[in-house]
Design a protein around this ligand. Structure first.
Ligand SMILES: [Zn+2]
Length: 265
């Protein structure tokens, strides 16, 4: 089926705007393999089944809906229920997943219980669970990192997209904004890592960061301008003790001792 035919089928599903949904694929008929995203005034679709080539994206008109979504801060719902999929298995069940967390300095955070990390057998991802703010044993979402280059997207958000992935200890009074979950885990013995996952700063990030005495922005060196933009945004939000931390590499490539050196030497 070509792009136009696929688009017609997807449009025929009448999925409302601002929705991300997983459903049975109308093209290959596999169960729950099709992901459709109608946020940001787009329709994007992608089937995770390896034998299926369904994927595409269609940009809608920039209507008022789009304008409102872009410029008006949406009230963010932090209590959306999230059911942990059956395909999430313990980390020990997959060697690639274990290797990923070793190579990206998450092992310590995982073994000390600062992070809940699982393996999604269905999507072949190492999955970082997002804990409920008050109830540490409940989850509000998860972030999955693809373990093979054939899996798209590289980072996949399960459940609530407004709650940041955070890794740290209660006694920390300093936090660092990092690129991804692995970096948040890597820093978590020294200070609390808050992953922004390639997006801009959300209202929920800012609210969460208010509790810290000092905040660093520690994105990798390709994101220097973004780091300063984020620092300025936090300052205009009223947080004063904000510092951009220039880095030679992504924080996930540094050991705990190296990270201690980066922040406190
Ligand atoms: Zn399919």
């Amino acid at each position: 089926m070509n792009y136009k035919q696929q688009l017609e089928v997807i449009q025929g599903l009448s999925i409302p705007p601002d929705t991300t949904i997983r459903m049975d694929c109308p093209f290959c008929h596999n169960k729950n393999t099709l992901s459709v995203d109608t946020t940001s005034n787009n329709i994007g679709w992608y089937c995770f089944h390896t034998s299926c080539s369904a994927k595409g994206k269609h940009q809608g008109e920039k209507n008022m809906n789009y304008v409102n979504n872009t410029f008006k801060k949406k009230e963010e719902n932090l209590n959306t229920e999230f059911y942990v999929p059956d395909s999430f298995k313990i980390l020990d069940s997959n060697d690639k997943a274990k290797k990923y967390i070793h190579k990206n300095n998450c092992w310590e955070a995982w073994s000390w219980g600062r992070a809940d990390i699982k393996y999604d057998v269905k999507q072949d991802r190492v999955v970082f669970m997002i804990r409920h703010k008050q109830k540490a044993h409940e989850f509000v979402g998860a972030v999955g990192r693809a373990l093979s280059s054939a899996t798209y997207p590289k980072w996949y958000m399960y459940g609530n997209k407004d709650v940041p992935f955070i890794c740290g200890l209660h006694e920390h009074n300093e936090a660092v904004i990092v690129e991804d979950c692995a970096s948040a885990c890597a820093v978590s013995n020294i200070l609390t890592g808050v992953a922004i996952l390639g997006t801009s700063l959300k209202q929920s990030h800012k609210q969460y960061l208010k509790q810290y005495d000092k905040i660093y922005v520690g994105l990798d060196r390709d994101a220097t301008k973004k780091s300063y933009d984020i620092a300025n945004e936090l300052k205009s939000y009223g947080l004063q003790n904000v510092h951009v931390k220039p880095l030679s590499d992504d924080l996930k490539y540094f050991s705990t001792e190296e990270i201690r050196g980066i922040f406190y030497d």
